[in-house]
Design a protein around this ligand. Structure first.
Ligand code: ZN
Length: 324
């Protein structure tokens, strides 16, 4: 069985770090991530550059990433204007965030949840006017699906009803997102079971943060109910501007190790992933980056799901190697 690890570090990670990674470093990092076997990378956001100067170079980054053979390039856009900019840059797969919590929606993208749903409808209508080869896939991540830092618990019925509305508006897939680490494995099982029952093929993947250390537990819960696409970021970068001190996304390195050890193929090479991590570490010196596997590497006897056995310690990136 194959699992798609969708790397979101260049978007979700860098977006929440105030320092700006130079465009040249972003491009080298993305190329290294793709070379490590990651087949899908969310490379940036088409948002107001005054609000998020970290993402001002997204068009350039998208164009470079599109030239990488075999890579599926995703970009985030919150509204029609962002989607139009993404398509103009060549993006053909676009993620739009829609918050289940109305208060979060207003704080995050400046409009109510109802308005965000309407915007998805506007995007779908505009898409229909394009020549077929330019029409982007529209993939929704429902933010605050597992709870919200502003309005606390979010009723599960509301999340599922929102997912159905978005699919009816014409979204190609609708996944569930926990940017604040409120989710627990029991809740993950319930919500993804219901999502898959309601949406079938249009049920999307899982986006978990590790804020309370439950990221990988939540992945296992989602796997058990059939989810096969998981967002992760290298080094677990990407906190949340509304949760000071919060750690970020689940760590790509740890996720890949866990899945492969469980016998689930990812196609990702842990040694090459460490090479990409070195670029990240060098480009943002002093920025906290997380993960367990990069400290210790693979254990004696580790095999990838396809049976290959790398040397013990593969994937390790010790601090002195970064500085050398
Ligand atoms: Zn996130």
């Amino acid at each position: 069985m194959t699992i798609l690890v969708s790397e979101v570090g260049p978007r979700d990670g860098l977006q929440s770090i105030h320092r700006i990674m130079p465009t040249e470093a972003k491009i080298r990092w993305i190329r290294a991530l793709a070379a490590a076997g990651l087949r899908e990378i969310e490379v940036g956001s088409f948002v107001n550059p005054k609000k998020l100067p970290q993402m001002a170079d997204t068009a350039e980054v998208v164009q470079d990433a599109l030239a990488i053979p075999g890579l599926s390039v995703l970009a985030l856009a919150p509204n029609l204007r962002g989607v139009q900019n993404a398509v103009a840059a060549g993006a053909r797969r676009i993620t739009m965030p829609v918050s289940a919590s109305d208060a979060h929606s207003r704080a995050n993208i400046g409009v109510s949840t109802d308005r965000a749903v309407e915007q998805v409808g506007e995007v779908v209508a505009w898409r229909a006017t394009l020549p077929e080869e330019e029409r982007p896939q529209i993939e929704i991540g429902i933010s605050t699906a597992f709870g919200c830092t502003i309005s606390s618990a979010v009723p599960e019925d509301d999340v599922i009803a929102l997912a159905v509305r978005l699919a009816e508006k014409g979204a190609d897939s609708v996944g569930l997102s926990d940017g604040v680490g409120y989710g627990n494995p029991a809740q993950v099982k319930r919500l993804f079971s219901r999502l898959r029952a309601e949406l079938g093929e249009r049920a999307g993947g899982a986006h978990f943060h590790n804020t309370r250390g439950q990221g990988l537990a939540n992945v296992v819960a989602a796997l058990e109910v059939g989810v096969t696409t998981f967002d992760a970021s290298q080094g677990g970068i990407g906190g949340c501007p509304y949760s000071p001190g919060a750690t970020g996304n689940i760590v790509t390195e740890d996720l890949v190790w866990m899945l492969e050890a469980m016998g689930l193929e990812t196609g990702v090479d842990l040694a090459k992933l460490a090479e990409a991590r070195a670029i990240l570490a060098e480009s943002l010196p002093g920025e906290p980056i997380y993960g367990y596997l990069p400290d210790v590497g693979t254990e004696k006897g580790f095999r990838y799901a396809d049976g290959r056995q790398p040397p013990e310690g593969t994937g390790r990136l010790a601090a002195q190697e970064i500085c050398a």
